[in-house]
Design a protein around this ligand. Structure first.
Ligand code: HEM
Length: 475
């Protein structure tokens, strides 16, 4: 039996003869050692993209970034993809929508042009589907952004070195809510005009600057001919462009600071390294799957549950319908409802009334406190080099109790939106809105103190001794 060798491929022929396959190859019959002639080495040609962009350098710098695989880490990605879906579906809707409240004749009916264009969208099945997906994706973006920020809050990940990214996150949450509010106006049905009218009177209630702000956002006394083009431009261009820019900065800061990691990573990865899958190809594949799932889920939901159809409220008319905002703005509405109408204060710069207190000062206070969390948290000490791991919430009773209080308080504000409909008085509502969150927060505090680890068993979320130089991410 003799072996025939072709370069490094050995073919077993078994007939004692040599064959010329590609390069001439001989076998020394005494030793059966293949004798392969020297071959000139031609350098491998680089790929098209490699020659032009040097993509391999880019890959080794960023493509190997490790992503921790933990379900809650997908919430941020869900927010990113919801934004992407909103942009794609929004571009489609923008091809048909007309941002004008000029009245036109449509089959014998006088209708605002914007309303008529949304009616046209509803009459085209695929456009109607896209409209519904756009609306549901807005809900999903707010929900995933909120849950994402709650994860970061409850696990203490806003601490050093991620304070700046937390601030950009608060900016993103504000922009997400603003974009949703601006979207309300566009269908220009009775609901849209009433809800946007509430926003207009809140803007006007700002002491000293109210008229200028109202003019800037609403193009004059709402509703005027200038209102829709302005709200439309803010909704489709200004706010999305700012959101895209902030998401970009947010993601760059994540690459720079690296992800925090679940506690189990400490046992498995060396200090300074992230335990996870590399961005390319594994994390990308996971992300594409998530995007496809979200697209599929939203399309199915939109086909089954149409959202805010025009005929629910009809075109704007002399009657003002009783409207409540969607859940993500309902807490502001609830608080506005809880402020007694007599709460008016005259100051040298203007009158502070219930609309300003409930519609701007209160949400501003909540967002302000949220933004300051990294500086209000006394565990975020300058002496700590970096917090690298998720801290179990049970281990931080005060943070847990504050979070529970805020969540319960916002929950009570949802309830406040309906308090008169269930027969409660304003005084009872105020009482409940403090007592229930207070009781739940105390229960959370006591539970965490009782069930939390003792001093020796505490998990240390700070970085272990790390080399001073940046260590490349594991893959
Ligand atoms: C449009 C809204 C947002 C988008 C698209 C977004 C996107 C992301 C993504 C993809 C990640 C990495 C994966 C993860 O850790 O979940 C992340 C991490 C982070 N986000 Fe956001 N985010 C948004 C809003 C927020 C908000 C509202 C906050 C806080 C107020 C926030 C603070 C952070 C922080 C501190 C990190 C680093 C977390 C860590 O390393 O554990 N983000 N974000």
């Amino acid at each position: 039996m003799q072996r025939i060798v072709r370069d490094d491929v050995i073919v077993d022929r078994g007939d004692g003869r040599t064959a010329r396959l590609g390069l001439p190859t001989r076998v020394d019959p005494r030793t059966a050692t293949p004798v392969v002639p020297e071959r000139p080495v031609t350098p491998k040609r680089k790929g098209w993209l490699e020659e032009r962009l040097g993509v391999s350098g880019f890959y080794s710098k960023y493509g190997r970034k490790a992503f921790p695989v933990h379900t809650t880490f997908f919430l941020g990605e869900m927010a990113t993809f919801s934004f992407f879906i909103l942009v794609v579906t929004g571009i489609y809707l923008g091809l048909i929508y007309i941002p004008s409240n000029v009245e036109i004749d449509v089959e014998g009916e006088r209708l605002p042009q914007a309303y008529a264009s949304v009616r046209l969208i509803e009459s085209i099945p695929v456009a109607n589907l896209f409209r519904n997906v756009h609306h549901w994706a807005a809900h999903l973006m707010v929900a995933s952004t909120l849950l994402h920020s709650l994860r970061i809050f409850f696990f203490g990940n806003y601490r050093k070195p991620r304070e700046l990214n937390w601030l950009f996150g608060v900016g993103l949450l504000s922009l997400t809510l603003l974009a949703s509010f601006l979207g309300y106006a566009l269908p220009y049905d009775a609901y849209a005009v009433t809800a946007t009218g509430i926003g207009y009177s809140i803007a006007r209630s700002i002491p000293w600057a109210g008229n200028v702000v109202a003019e800037l956002f609403f193009g004059g006394a709402f509703p005027t001919l200038g209102s829709l083009p302005r709200l439309y431009t803010l909704h489709v261009f200004v706010v999305p462009a700012m959101t895209a820019a902030l998401i970009g900065i947010h993601l760059l800061l994540i690459i720079k600071n690296k992800h925090t990691q679940p506690g189990y990573a400490r046992k498995l990865a060396e200090p300074g390294r992230v335990l996870g899958v590399p961005f390319w190809p594994y994390q990308t594949l996971l992300a594409v799957q998530l995007l496809m799932l979200m697209f599929g889920g939203l399309f199915i939901l939109s086909a089954l549950v149409p959202i805010h159809p025009l005929e629910a409220y009809g075109p704007p008319g002399p009657e003002t319908p009783d409207v409540k905002p969607d859940w993500y703005l309902l807490w502001v509405y609830g608080f506005l409802k809880m402020i007694p109408s007599g709460a008016v204060l005259s100051t040298p710069i203007g009158t502070i009334g219930p609309e300003f207190l409930g519609g701007l000062l209160f949400p501003g206070l909540i967002f302000g406190l949220m933004a300051l969390a990294p500086w209000l948290d006394s565990t975020n000490r300058p002496s700590v080099k970096r917090y690298e791991y998720l801290e179990p919430p049970r281990q931080a009773p005060v943070r847990l109790a504050i979070g529970v209080f805020m969540l319960a308080y916002v929950g009570m504000l949802f309830f406040a939106a309906y308090y008169d409909e269930v027969g409660l008085t304003l005084a009872q509502m105020w009482y409940l809105s403090i007592v229930i969150p207070g009781a739940l927060a105390t229960a959370a505090l006591l539970w965490a103190k009782w069930a939390g680890p003792d001093a020796e068993q505490r998990f240390d979320p700070t970085a272990e001794e790390m080399p001073d130089e940046e260590v490349p991410a594991a893959h």
